[in-house]
Design a protein around this ligand. Structure first.
Ligand code: PLP
Length: 441
């Protein structure tokens, strides 16, 4: 890999979730993004096997979105989010609710997944308070969960390095369910593992410990994404739903990765036929062209806030950029493309090809597990003893030389290709990963 001679130029930017020193010693700079590929400044052409950061399922430079955003820029560049309305925001909210199969639900717009999560947690606590149940403030997350980087999100999240440095800032009264991963029981499973539904019963233990009357909500990713694609055990989400319902606890699905077609259906809630009280979304809602996130909220929750004098604000929460016109334009265009171009069905068609390709790596030296569901999959590599994350980094870097951009977390590699990828692109991923593992040694 070439070392960029201008690396001192890079000093000012503090990069997010990146080993800054290693990156700046060997920068990899994206110069162009077209379709399913990135082209780097050094000329390497990479297949974008993770749709940016799980967020660009329609590929890059999608004509419909480009044109919509260009038009929007000259029509209304910004419209105040508070006390004034912009009709495309109302329309997109209605379209998203209908797309989720929940036409009576309400949609609250944010700018990111992290904000969507913190918004959902605030709505949960506010809902119980509005109903006179103000003692219900406790939130339950899950080990290995990723819910962004807001204070609420890291509190309910369960990725240790994201929490360690900030323990004094966590919101009080949060507890965690166990994660659902057990390599001995589930290694190399395609789709949902048969083992593990009983782990949902741990919620009963937390309820016995804290008492249901103190618990506002449970939040989980229906498929844990960032930690390395952990599909839910068969029956697990149903059990969580049942326990929450019996105890008056709200169930929130964080669908920032799974929303908008990743599992071959609109939301993971559809894939697993489990109906949460709220769903968070972001990323693919605009194909990541303009930042947008949001929360889909059941009418019962929304209506609990709609009391008191009607000149007063019902929910003291929102962002300067909630429902930003540029994001609305990108959102409408992305939803048009997803629905009218049949791309969710295409994701469903490509899913078994991806699973076949990834599971063909079973038996490759150093590969200790492979998981897949919908159009997403992950591979666990055997860590180098005493150096967690180093093998993953080396394989990630070697993959770039093979023409493949993948997602790295620790020693886990994840893929979630664009829905517009060619079958040949998908079939190429496994040999590229195999070559990268061999090259990394
Ligand atoms: N929730 C989940 C499930 C995510 O995967 C992510 C990001 O990957 C987030 C929340 C945070 O989203 P953002 O990075 O847009 O704040």
């Amino acid at each position: 890999m070439t070392v960029n001679a201008r690396s001192t130029d890079l000093a000012s930017l503090w990069m997010p979730f990146t080993p800054n020193r290693r990156f700046k010693a060997q920068p990899r700079m994206i110069e162009r993004a077209t379709g399913c590929h990135y082209v780097l400044e050094d000329g390497r052409r990479l297949f974008d096997s993770i749709s940016g950061l799980w967020c660009s399922p329609l590929g890059h430079g999608h004509r419909r979105i480009v044109e919509a955003v260009q038009r929007q820029l000259v029509e209304v560049d910004y419209s105040p989010a508070f006390q004034m309305g912009y009709r495309p925001a109302f329309d997109l909210a209605a379209r998203i609710a209908a797309f989720a199969g929940r036409p009576d639900d309400k949609v609250f717009f944010t700018n990111s997944g992290s904000e969507a999560v913190d918004t959902a947690l605030k709505i949960a606590v506010g809902y119980h308070r509005a109903r006179g149940d103000a003692a219900r403030t406790r939130l339950i997350g899950r080990e290995r969960g990723y819910h962004g980087v807001g204070i609420g999100g890291i509190s309910v999240g369960g990725i240790v390095p994201n929490r360690r440095a900030f323990s004094s800032m966590m919101i009080p009264g949060v507890d965690h369910l166990p994660h659902t991963y057990n390599r001995a029981e589930t290694a190399f499973t395609r789709g949902q593992p048969a083992w593990g539904a009983h782990l949902a019963d741990d919620l009963e233990r937390l309820i016995a410990l804290h008492d249901a009357s103190t618990i506002a909500a449970v939040i989980v990713e229906p498929v844990a994404g960032s930690t390395g694609v952990l599909p839910p055990p068969i029956g697990y989400l149903e059990r969580l739903r049942d326990i929450c319902t019996r105890h008056g606890i709200l169930l929130i699905f964080d669908e920032v990765i799974t929303g908008f077609g990743r599992l071959g259906v609109p939301f993971a809630a559809d894939a697993f036929a489990v109906c949460p009280d709220m769903l968070t979304f972001a990323k693919a809602v605009t194909n990541a062209v303009i930042p947008l996130g949001g929360v889909i909220v059941s009418p019962q929750i929304h209506d609990a806030f709609m009391s008191g004098p009607d000149h007063l604000i019902e929910l003291a929460h929102g962002y300067t950029y909630s429902g930003h016109p540029m994001a609305m334009a990108a959102g409408h265009a992305a939803l048009d493309a997803l629905t009218t171009d049949g791309l969710i069905a295409r994701a469903a068609t490509l899913a078994p090809l991806l699973a076949d390709a990834m599971h063909s790596l079973q038996g490759t030296p150093g590969v200790v597990d492979i998981r897949s569901i919908g159009l997403m999959a992950a591979i666990d590599l055997d860590p180098i003893p005493g150096k967690p994350g180093l093998r993953g980094t080396q394989v990630f870097e070697a993959a770039l030389d093979q023409g493949l951009y993948i997602r790295l977390t620790g020693d886990t590699l994840a893929v979630a290709p664009p829905f517009v990828a060619e079958e040949s692109d998908i079939q190429q991923i496994a040999p590229q990963i195999m070559a990268a593992i061999a090259a990394a040694g």
